[in-house]
Write a protein that binds this ligand. Structure first.
Ligand SMILES: [Zn+2]
Length: 443
């Protein structure tokens, strides 16, 4: 937080999205790309302007600081709209599908987060890992303990990151060490909201884990909480796994489907983000679109837990907002490039195609739109906050060899989506300040 941004220009290839490439008449209208571009950042850590180097260079005062990155593309920082910071230490846990995976791995791991000290240590590892992977904004679950959300807010504030989290609300069907009550859940959430919501670049999300682990009383309390303060988010899970969906129908027989449960308690709106949404019925999809709620598509997690294949095309046809989530620790990578790799394969399994323009849109501007932060984040329009990354196109011998055979930006971005990972993230900037350099320790 103490570091001060100074006016600075960055020269490399520059790519950013202006719109959803599936919504414009041609994909080219949805992005800008400068093969030799310059991005000028002002001393408030905001985008001043960008354009081709041969046009911008003559307009800069003599001696204006410029950093040049050969064989690199600058893009906006990635936005990960769904993950769980307490699960950082249990990523890659063997063998189970959702409900058993929660029981076997998640609940025992999350029970450790009643210690503020422990939570803070993991929060630091988690945020550094995000930055190492080029993710500058995340919407994250904490654990049920207020201390865990407190720890993550503290550490994100230190790094001046735009981050959204909330303590999990969970008052049934889980061990006592990770359960709260409707009253305690609300009281603790209120304290956190008053302390952190709107501080720096932080926001609070009311966070029922899912309708299985919250009683009707707790879901009702969550709905009331959302109305009490301006600008709160709501995050939860929806329709990930068939056994989960069957259990929901047993628990809420009076509701017509899974989304109807959340809707009944006032949890579906333009600031609601539902992770997964793999097995939705037509009415659920239409209702998501009508109420402007968003889905976070988490392909590595959906494949890892054997949950199913998300239907991106169908969501787009219904105009449901979709962005991308790593869903760590059920997700298998912090890297949004790796996440896009698997997103591509999921669409292939459905007989569809995910273009690299749409992929980069999902990982940047779509995330900002999902979080209603697209006036501040997601691309390089002047005045936006300068969260950006430098992608090294020569990060491995194979990457360099393959890039030499790319003829245009479509191919270059596609190779990044398929072969790319944390090794491509040469540098990560948060509000104009360098917060990670691959070739040095994160600071
Ligand atoms: Zn999740």
């Amino acid at each position: 937080m103490s570091k001060q941004s100074v006016s600075h220009a960055y020269r490399a290839g520059i790519f950013h999205c202006l719109a959803d490439p599936t919504s414009t008449a041609t994909p080219e209208e949805a992005y800008e790309y400068y093969a030799d571009g310059i991005l000028v950042i002002n001393d408030e850590g905001k985008v001043e302007r960008l354009g081709p180097a041969d046009q911008i260079l003559p307009t800069l005062p003599s001696g204006f600081p410029i950093t040049t990155y050969p064989n690199a593309i600058i893009t906006p920082g990635f936005i990960d709209t769904h993950n769980h910071f307490p699960q950082t230490e249990m990523i890659a846990a063997f063998g189970e599908q959702l409900l058993d995976w929660l029981e076997t791995y998640t609940f025992p791991t999350e029970s450790k987060f009643q210690s503020l000290e422990y939570a803070q240590q993991v929060a630091g590892v988690y945020l550094d890992e995000l930055l190492r992977n080029g993710t500058t904004t995340a919407m994250a679950f904490s654990s049920v303990h207020a201390e865990s959300a407190e720890a993550l807010f503290k550490e994100a504030y230190q790094r001046d990151m735009c981050l959204i989290t909330g303590k999990v609300l969970m008052d049934r069907h889980a061990p006592e060490t990770v359960r709260d009550t409707p009253e305690a859940g609300c009281t603790q959430s209120r304290t956190l909201i008053e302390q952190w919501h709107g501080k720096g670049r932080l926001h609070y999300a009311v966070t029922p884990r899912f309708a299985i682990t919250s009683t009707p009383e707790q879901l009702e309390a969550a709905g009331h909480l959302l109305k009490e303060y301006d600008g709160l988010y709501m995050q939860t899970h929806l329709s990930e796994n068939h056994k989960e969906i069957a259990w929901i129908s047993e628990l809420f027989p009076e509701r017509c489907h899974y989304l109807d449960v959340y809707d009944h308690y006032g949890l579906v709106g333009p600031r609601s983000v539902f992770a997964h949404g793999i097995h939705l019925c037509e009415d659920e999809i239409q209702r998501l679109a009508r109420q402007d709620a968003a889905i976070s598509f988490c392909p590595t997690s959906n494949l890892f837990l054997g949950s199913g294949l998300f239907n991106l095309k169908q969501m787009k046809q219904h105009k449901v907002k979709v962005s991308l989530g790593s869903d760590v620790g059920a997700g298998t990578s912090f890297s949004m490039l790796q996440t896009l790799n698997e997103a591509y394969k999921v669409t292939q399994m459905r007989g569809d195609k995910l273009s690299p323009f749409e992929s980069f849109y999902l990982a940047t501007l779509a995330g900002a739109e999902t979080l209603q932060l697209d006036d501040q984040l997601g691309n390089f329009l002047p005045g936006k906050e300068a969260d950006f990354i430098v992608l090294d196109l020569h990060s491995t011998p194979l990457m360099q060899y393959r890039m030499n055979n790319c003829n245009n930006v479509f191919e270059t971005l596609f190779v990044l989506c398929i072969l790319g990972d944390d090794r491509n993230i040469k540098e990560t900037f948060v509000k104009g300040i360098s917060r990670h350099q691959r070739d040095q320790a994160t600071h």
